[in-house]
Design a protein around this ligand. Structure first.
Ligand SMILES: Nc1nc2c(ncn2[C@@H]2O[C@H](COP(=O)(O)OP(=O)(O)O)[C@@H](O)[C@H]2O)c(=O)[nH]1
Ligand SMILES: [Mg+2]
Ligand SMILES: [Zn+2]
Length: 361
């Protein structure tokens, strides 16, 4: 089923380019067309003419902290570039950039390397009476994976939320890892009754307990050398896990989204925290608020990886998988090949977005 999925996804994504949905067209256009700025012309004598490469580890109100071999350099984007129309954020945390150092120690970002991946969303813009999206907002550039942390108990895991997170990962074509923490509270076998279903459809599930140390080495291994976006509700144990992996790390990662409450629209602040053995953990607001604005209800099935490969076998090409005869998805649910809760998540997400659509037009 899994190899089918990859093949299916690339076909389905190709087919999007010819579909009706404006938002999806925009999203895929943005994904294909990688426009990045190269070499801003250098003026006058303000510069040391010293170019350095680095990684953007912090973004706050137009100031970017760039980690380079010669230290962290606070940098800005040339004003002229900022005013230019563009369809994606020019710079985001995770971007690899080239800067020119100035005499005052600050830097000017001159070039941004092409992104290999991005955690992004189409930014909604009001257009007439409806919403549209014409610009990509990048939360993290070049992430290797998204790590979704849940606790098996206290608080009880909200698997609907996990299913939404997984849709976000699939939409962004990013690897998702699930961390099921606090296994000491229920024992491993109970934890597996909740999360094995995700392993069955090919997601990596890491069972951890900060109390017993179970899985900590595996989680550390999983993060090593990669840029990971770690997210999960308050109280699931994110800070504790990070501290277990590396002393003090959990304290440094401040969980911006929690700290600012519902303020994901008020601050555009994101930060990367370095791991001792290489790699970074990203702290970014917004993944929770990703709200799936740019999810078309007719495409929800494409982002459930165990549902997607079956869609082509449905009798009707526009099958909603709710009630149609000859529906391969419902058959698979009946035969226990698709977990009923996942199917329920699919139905809810689809319904929700159908309503959203009606409300907009
Ligand atoms: N029993 C148990 N408690 C844990 C575990 N991990 C974290 N906790 C507790 O859960 C609470 C919330 O942890 P915290 O790391 O602050 O969660 P965060 O809000 O996701 O950063 C704290 O009281 C931790 O001591 C675990 O593996 N087992
Ligand atoms: Mg915390
Ligand atoms: Zn169907």
């Amino acid at each position: 089923m899994l190899t089918d999925w990859n093949q299916f996804r690339s076909q389905k994504l190709q087919s999007y380019s010819s579909c009706e949905s404006e938002q999806t067209k925009v999203r895929h256009k943005l994904k294909q067309k990688k426009i990045y700025i190269h070499l801003y012309p250098i003026f006058g004598g303000e510069y040391l003419n010293e170019q350095v490469d680095g990684l953007v580890i912090r973004a706050l109100s137009g100031f970017f902290t760039v980690r380079t071999a010669v230290g962290d350099i606070t940098s800005t984007i040339p004003g002229r570039l900022k005013k230019e129309r563009r369809d994606t954020d020019i710079v985001a945390v995770g971007d690899r950039v080239t800067i020119t150092q100035q005499k005052d120690g600050s830097g000017i970002i001159e070039a941004v390397a092409e992104r290999t991946s991005a955690l992004s969303r189409a930014r909604p813009v009001a257009r007439g009476r409806s919403l549209s999206a014409d610009r990509e907002q990048v939360l993290v550039a070049n992430p290797d994976q998204l790590v979704f942390v849940f606790s098996v108990q206290n608080p009880a895991p909200n698997l609907r939320k996990l299913d939404r997170f997984l849709v976000v990962a699939e939409m962004n074509e990013l690897t998702a890892v699930i961390c099921a923490n606090k296994t000491d509270l229920t024992g491993l076998s109970h934890a597996q009754t909740l999360f094995q279903r995700y392993a069955d459809i090919g997601y990596r599930v890491i069972y951890t307990s900060v109390k017993t140390g179970e899985g900590i080495a595996e989680l550390r291994d999983c993060l090593q050398g990669k840029l990971s976006v770690l997210t999960g509700s308050s109280g699931v144990g994110k800070s504790s896990l990070l501290n277990a992996i590396q002393q003090g790390l959990g304290l440094r990662v401040r969980e911006v989204s929690e700290a600012t409450g519902k303020g994901m629209h008020t601050t555009r602040h994101a930060e990367l925290f370095a791991l001792d053995g290489g790699g970074y953990v990203a702290d970014t607001p917004g993944i929770r608020g990703l709200a799936l604005f740019d999810l078309e209800y007719t495409e929800v099935d494409a982002y459930f990886r165990e549902i997607a490969p079956l869609v082509a076998q449905c009798q009707f090409s526009d099958c909603t998988h709710k009630h149609e005869p000859g529906c391969a998805v419902r058959t698979a649910v009946l035969h226990g090949q698709i977990h009923p809760d996942r199917y329920e998540s699919y139905l809810r997400l689809r319904e929700e977005h159908e309503k959203l659509d009606e409300a907009l037009y």
